[in-house]
Design a protein around this ligand. Structure first.
Ligand code: KG4
Ligand code: ZN
Length: 337
């Protein structure tokens, strides 16, 4: 079957067509129009601006993706229904509802975070269940146990800033442009990761939760006390602290749940140091556990991952009436038990 997916939850307008047969998925098209450069002017995403840009970009993107105007060859439509920015989400949701209604195709609402989890199902080797996922994005930092398709348990999450958000805030303190993550990690490559001993928040908390706002404050305090600090060293030391906490908490979770596979996903999974450190640590501590990361094309927001999640939802009949779907900015993926 072929599934069309639309993603507009934040500042990327994205469209994808994915074909699936059994457990084998193939991305036929994945196109993204990023608004990041526009939001950089404001230092962050402005929801109303994002919504307007989605309106401008969405139909041209459907054309670029080669989606026929009568929907021929499309078997179902998946759309990100939440979480995200309401004005932005609404554009994708309303467009998907309209197309589903006009073309008489099933409509599959997808949780954006579930999309990030399924970004690793776009790879050759897919994870076996139970899988432990570290999902690190601009809005979320969560450890999730996947017991099966659509069957999730929240093991831990951030109590304040998300990991990506802390990268973005640290970047801002150093005058680096939004989105800060890639800029911080680029500068970090030229710095000494052990130059400054930043705190490792929550490592001793005894649970699987995170907290990153204190780390951002530590960077602010350091920069005030050392106005001539080498930003390369600050970036490298900050990155080291974030990676250290993420890796150690993931290992703690793995010890508890003994997963068959471990997944790293979300925008921050583009971070080279995090990818490498987690891979090495798992290989050493859990040699029988497979490690799965998305291709760099699918770490950030994209519609191929929404199509993948939508495909598995569609298979179990998770479709909705196109007239009733509404965007849910607080849509939950997994709860603690
Ligand atoms: O998943 P994503 O594209 O959007 C959300 O769902 O939030 O994640 C975006 C986040 C931003 O905070 C961005 O700074 C961060 O991912 N990010 C990175 C890197 N690339 C993107 N953080 C650290 N290192 C990177 N290389
Ligand atoms: Zn995302």
């Amino acid at each position: 079957m072929r599934i069309l997916a639309i993603e507009t939850s934040c500042d990327e307008t994205a469209v994808a067509i994915l074909s699936g047969e059994g457990d084998v998925l193939a991305v036929e098209k994945s196109v993204i129009a990023s608004q990041a450069a526009e939001h950089a002017k404001y230092g962050g995403v402005v929801p109303e601006v994002a919504a307007r840009r989605h309106v401008d970009a969405l139909f041209p993107l459907l054309e670029v993706a080669g989606v026929p105007r009568d929907g021929a060859g499309v078997d179902a439509i998946a759309v990100t229904a939440g979480p995200g920015l309401v004005p932005a989400l609404r554009i994708g949701v309303e467009a998907a509802k309209t197309l589903a209604y006009l073309w008489k195709k099933p409509l599959v609402p997808v949780n954006h975070l579930e999309g990030h989890l399924y970004s690793v199902w776009l790879e050759q080797q897919v994870p076996a269940f139970p899988a432990l996922a570290l999902l690190v994005s601009g809005g979320h930092t969560e450890l999730i146990l996947l017991r099966g398709h659509g069957d999730y348990q929240l093991l831990g999450k951030t109590r304040d800033d998300a990991a990506g958000e802390s990268f973005d805030k640290a970047a801002k303190l150093m005058g680096l442009a939004y989105p800060g993550g890639p800029n911080v990690s680029r500068l970090a490559q030229k710095g000494n990761a052990h130059a400054i001993e930043f705190t490792r928040p929550m490592l001793e908390s005894g649970d699987l939760d995170f907290s990153f706002s204190g780390l951002k404050t530590a960077v602010a305090v350091y920069l005030t006390a050392h106005p001539d600090a080498k930003h390369e060293d600050v970036c490298a030391s900050f990155e080291e602290a974030v990676v250290d906490v993420l890796v150690q908490k993931t290992l703690m979770a793995a010890e508890q749940v003994q997963p068959a596979s471990i997944i790293l996903c979300g925008g921050v999974s583009a971070n080279r140091v995090l990818r490498e450190r987690l891979r090495e640590t798992i290989a050493r501590g859990f040699p029988d556990t497979t490690f799965h990361i998305p291709d760099l094309a699918y770490t950030g927001d994209n519609a191929a991952m929404i199509a993948a999640a939508g495909y598995f939802r569609f298979r179990v009949g998770n479709t909705v009436d196109p007239l009733t779907l509404s965007a849910d900015p607080n849509m939950k993926l997994a709860e603690r038990v």
